[in-house]
Design a binder for this molecule. Sequence first.
Ligand SMILES: NCc1[nH]cc(CCC(=O)O)c1CC(=O)O
Length: 313
Amino acid sequence: MPDPNAPFAPRLAIGTRGSPLALWQAHAVRDALAAALARPVESISITVIRTSGDSIQDRALSEAGGKGLFTKEIEEQLLDGRIDLAVHSAKDMATALPDGLFLSGFLPRADVRDALILREGKSLADLPAGARIGTASLRREAQLRRLRPDLDVSLLRGNVHTRLAKVREGTFDGTLLALAGLTRLGLAHEASAVLDTDAFLPAVGQGAVAIESRVGDEATNGAIAAIACRATGIALAAERALLTALDGSCRTPIGGLATVEGDMVRLRGLILSPDGRDAAEADETAPVSDAARLGADMGARLRATAPARALGL
Ligand SMILES: NCc1[nH]cc(CCC(=O)O)c1CC(=O)O
């Protein structure tokens, strides 16, 4: 039954990157909006926008300038009014957004955990010393080195399909990928093991789809509010405040995960030296109304207590 008070947005144009994962996410948002607003999916357009992050393939993104690389060209179209909302993996979003834009909602979060993809074997313990693991994530690299300093961990860029192919071909013995991404692509069966969050903390935002839009665009923001997941919004407020207080430049290995239960939000945070030998961690709970403060306070405390090497000092 359509809600007669549902907001009416005359035009809804979604902008997204063109990777299979990004397209899945954009279609998920389009389907949710169409259902909530009781309008045909064809009335909501999807525009594919190529970003700098898609063009750079030869070096770690942390060296090429960081997270904004996957969003810059999309945010320009949003500010120009060529699109009305942008859909992103929350994990790939910088903590500071351009003036006039904000994260106006999140889809209900998927499984937050990292998956281990191995050419042979079923768990981390099956890997022999010196096994080659490829990852482009400083966080995954540092956490892996912490658990298994004897592995040979190195750079492996590219989209999910590319990385899986490198393992299948034998260039690498294994890689780590977000289970959420694998699942969205119908590839969850590729996971040899799923890593428990107590042993391996995910990235801030992992598993969440974020919607970005213009501050003050009431029609679009009203439509987004109709599909936004409250618990995911609270968790992301805590996690992103933690990341803002800690770094934000994505040159430091950082993990963060918030979970909401009833009126309380639990936040776990972790900062590591690149080799995984030094780490500082925290695990705290606060009322959901204090989610952002919980993250900011934890970030400030971790900054103060983290070993200098973990902070790149
Ligand atoms: N950095 C790329 C990226 N951004 C979001 C996901 C997975 C989906 C998600 O976490 O929501 C991935 C791939 C990966 O890390 O395996």
